[in-house]
Design a protein. Structure first.
Ligand code: CO
Ligand code: CO
Length: 314
């Protein structure tokens, strides 16, 4: 484990990204992410992978500055135009984030993979982590969940064009506005919802902050078609792993439809921010989110001091 005093957030703290202080005024925040295609259209894949890569910077309230491409591509077997489309999609999102594309690295690989390494800046005293959620806080989720189930359905050829376009836009939407809104309001903790699903990332936040969480399943924004596909058994592989990872620490109200738990543990790609905000500021946060055109945000729960289990779902 590294012990540099300027390493304000390192890898050991369930953190979204790494924060390193350069001076009293400025710290860099760094992250990287890449994965295999989850949609068929290469341009869309590039946009989604790039938006996902920025997410950890936004979860910490950072402003992205530079991005570098990470590429695996079967350059001898596959048309280079596909790679160009992926990179073009990524570049569009990099520009939307206000960052500059500064280079990258590619390797030959039978399987396509793409993502970004992103460096951003934060004030060393005013960034957000998942460690400071406080009892009484409300929890706000900014994007609906269900993209893991729906991209599994897409792979199985079961998703129509309209729904494919909808989830593509959702996943390609940067958490930029959500991050700006939370920094304007001042919040206690945040994280982004990705592979561990809403429950997994909520559990990380609770453990990191040494608090409990009550999640109100009925208030969680869910893409309605995801419930239909979950009922048909379209579950991504990660869901069972997520459920096992969480099971000892979670108490689920017996009245809840088990399908809802499938949604709450659904692995998300480029999911929304989960923000812990002082109760009296929650309305202001929702209002700021709406000003930034984020209309899907909802209060989904609250922070508890001493629950029976770390997370209560009711
Ligand atoms: Co994260
Ligand atoms: Co990440």
């Amino acid at each position: 484990m590294e012990r540099d005093p300027n390493l304000l957030v390192g890898a050991e703290q369930w953190a979204d990204a790494v924060v390193y202080r350069l001076s009293k005024e400025i710290a860099i925040v760094q992250t990287l992410d890449f994965f295999t295609p989850i949609v068929n259209d290469p341009f869309s894949f590039g946009r989604i992978a790039a938006a996902n890569s920025f997410s950890d910077i936004y979860a910490m309230g950072g402003k992205p500055v530079t991005a570098m491409n990470i590429v695996s591509f079967p350059i001898k077997e596959m048309d280079k135009a596909i790679l160009k489309e992926i990179l073009h999609g990524g570049l569009e999102i990099i520009h939307e984030a206000g960052a500059v594309m500064a280079g990258g690295h590619s390797v030959e690989d039978p399987e396509i993979k793409y993502g970004l390494s992103v460096t951003g800046i934060v004030h060393p005293d005013y960034f957000v982590t998942n460690q400071n959620a406080r009892p009484g806080d409300f929890l706000v989720l900014t994007k609906p969940i269900g993209t893991g189930i729906l991209t599994t359905a897409l792979k199985g050829g079961a998703l129509n064009d309209k729904l494919t376009a909808e989830i593509t836009e959702l996943m390609a939407t940067l958490n930029k506005g959500a991050s700006e809104a939370m920094m304007e309001v001042g919040v206690n903790a945040a994280t982004d919802i990705t592979g561990f699903g809403l429950l997994g990332h909520a559990l990380e936040m609770a453990k990191a902050s040494k608090v409990g969480i009550r999640l109100n399943a009925r208030d969680v924004p869910i893409i309605s078609e995801a419930i239909t596909f979950a009922a048909m058994g379209m579950m991504p592989e990660g869901s069972h792993r997520n459920r096992n990872f969480c099971s000892n620490d979670i108490e689920i109200s017996p009245q809840l439809d088990p399908l809802i738990i499938d949604l709450l543990t659904d692995s998300q790609t480029s999911g929304g921010l989960l923000i812990s905000v002082a109760r009296e500021k929650a309305d202001l946060l929702l209002q700021k989110l709406i000003e930034k055109k984020i209309t899907t945000a909802k209060i989904v729960g609250e922070i508890l001091s001493k629950p029976k289990k770390i997370i209560e779902v009711r």
